[in-house]
Design a protein. Structure first.
Lengths: 109, 101
């Protein structure tokens, strides 16, 4: 039961990682790439680490096992808080440095 | 189950290589910073997976926590640096105007 749930979570996380990477490569602009990676990467990391933490509980519910699972979930929660913060900081620095957004007619001068 | 983890780790390594394309050929500096941040997030997952493959979770989880913290600090520091410096090269025309090839 736990193994099936873990496999589903990890596969979904890797799917979101793939979409984030395709967005990072294919989107035309700095801001578009920012939103692709900022969302896809955060969700992918959260789902993958939750799946790994669930799978590690297969070893029995002793104290060290639960402690390591809590550590893995701590990494997930930390990434869930820190990744959007870093995205916001980079976007704000780009906005203050005068990076123009992309439009259909090309980059505005 | 170890084969599954190995396959996931290999897929993530391939995605890191794809992200490295944006890191090398990115038009602006900020694209490269994003690319490095994304690679750092993937590396955190890969480290946890390596811990599962080798059966030493107790050690690799701590390394992974340290890597996540370092990645966050590095991204914030680079963003702050370029925000106060206010000079980001937008495209190749800048180089032609200045005269640098």
């Amino acid at each position: 039961m736990l193994t099936t749930l873990a496999i589903i979570f990890i596969a979904t996380g890797v799917f979101f990682f793939t979409t984030a990477t395709i967005g990072l490569i294919r989107f035309p602009d700095f801001y578009c790439r920012m939103q692709a990676t900022g969302k896809g990467d955060t969700l992918g990391a959260l789902l993958s680490l939750a799946g790994l933490a669930l799978y590690y509980l297969n070893n029995g519910f002793s104290l060290p096992t639960i402690l390591i699972s809590i550590k893995v979930m701590f990494i997930a929660i930390f990434i869930f808080i820190a990744n959007p913060t870093a995205t916001h900081a980079i976007t704000k620095s780009g906005l203050e440095c005068g990076v123009k957004p992309w439009t259909k007619e090309g980059i505005q001068k | 189950m170890e084969n599954f983890f190995l396959a996931i780790a290999l897929i993530l390594c391939f995605l890191v290589l794809l992200c490295l394309y944006r890191g090398i050929f990115g038009p602006t500096i900020l694209d490269r910073i994003i690319s490095i941040s994304v690679i750092g997030t993937k590396t955190t997952i890969i480290l946890v997976l390596i811990g599962f493959i080798y059966g030493r979770m107790d050690m690799f989880v701590d390394i992974s926590i340290a890597y996540a913290l370092l990645n966050f600090i590095a991204t914030l520091a680079a963003a702050k640096f370029f925000r106060t410096r206010k000079s980001i090269v937008l495209d190749a025309k800048f180089f032609k105007e200045v005269g640098i090839k």
